[in-house]
Write a protein that binds this ligand. Structure first.
Ligand code: PGA
Length: 251
């Protein structure tokens, strides 16, 4: 893993009220004390301010689940990078498969969002890539993911790409209870690192944090985290409970 510091991020999706978020933060801060694995909570917009305050000085990062690529404008329902900067968030997911599936996110908009975050903020993008079940069954998962990377990272400098977190999330493993085997996850994360090396250089691919995501839970976290090319996890369902999330972090 070299110089890379592992990162375990919890993607809350559309769960928790502000009150529930605060309750989580209170408990999680106690559990997280003295941990050296980096952790972050990726929450709905309405909870970001309370979480940033609650986690101040605790070492726990806070992130948003999406962002628009323009600073401002007539884009009803959207939130911009300057707006996130004002809240003091550390991370922002870009291109989650649920955004790609249900909200028209494309590789082109993903690319614009990454450029905006990397060029105009210190917010670390967590870029999600991954194949759907039919593609895995046809054996074209490597082509699908490398195709996503080519378009998503187009025009980035090596320095910019080196600041990314990339989450490999096979869509068939998200929320299904079906995890990729550690070998399948490792193989794809190695392929992703190799693709980054080919698009940029060796140094950039050494820097990039690559996470696995898809039904990660306390029972399978150890075998996933022990893989050489996997630097962390993006955890959905199991991150909603502070004890469970902490068990994953303590893999
Ligand atoms: P899951 O979600 O852990 O509930 O499968 C992962 C994700 O969508 O990031």
């Amino acid at each position: 893993m070299g110089m890379r510091v592992p990162l375990i991020a919890g993607n809350w999706k559309m769960y928790k009220t502000r009150e529930e978020a605060l309750e989580f933060a209170r408990r999680f801060k106690e559990l997280y004390r003295d941990t050296d694995i980096r952790a972050a909570v990726i929450a709905p917009y309405t909870q970001l301010d309370v979480l940033v305050s609650a986690f101040k000085g605790s070492g726990v990062g806070v992130g948003a689940q999406n962002v628009h690529f323009e600073d401002e404008g007539a884009f009803t329902g959207e939130i911009s990078v300057p707006m996130l900067k004002e809240l003091g968030v550390d991370f922002c997911i870009v291109g989650h498969s649920e955004r790609r599936q249900y909200f028209g996110e494309t590789d082109e908009t993903v690319n614009l969002k990454l450029k905006k975050l990397l060029r105009e903020s210190d917010i670390t993008p967590i870029l999600c890539v991954g194949e759907v079940l039919a593609e895995r069954e046809q054996g074209v998962q490597n082509e699908v993911v490398s195709g996503q990377l080519e378009k998503d990272l187009e025009g980035l400098t090596a320095e910019e790409a080196g600041r990314l977190v990339i989450a490999y999330e096979p869509v068939w493993a998200i929320g299904t209870g079906k995890t990729a085997t550690p070998e399948q996850a490792e193989e794809m994360c190695a392929m992703i690192r190799n693709a980054v090396s080919e698009m940029f250089d060796e140094d950039t691919c050494d820097r990039v944090i690559i996470q696995y995501g898809g039904s990660v839970k306390p029972e399978n976290a150890t075998e996933i985290m022990n893989m050489d090319e996997i630097d962390g996890a993006l955890v959905g369902g199991a991150s909603l409970d502070p004890e469970k999330f902490m068990d994953i972090i303590n893999f």
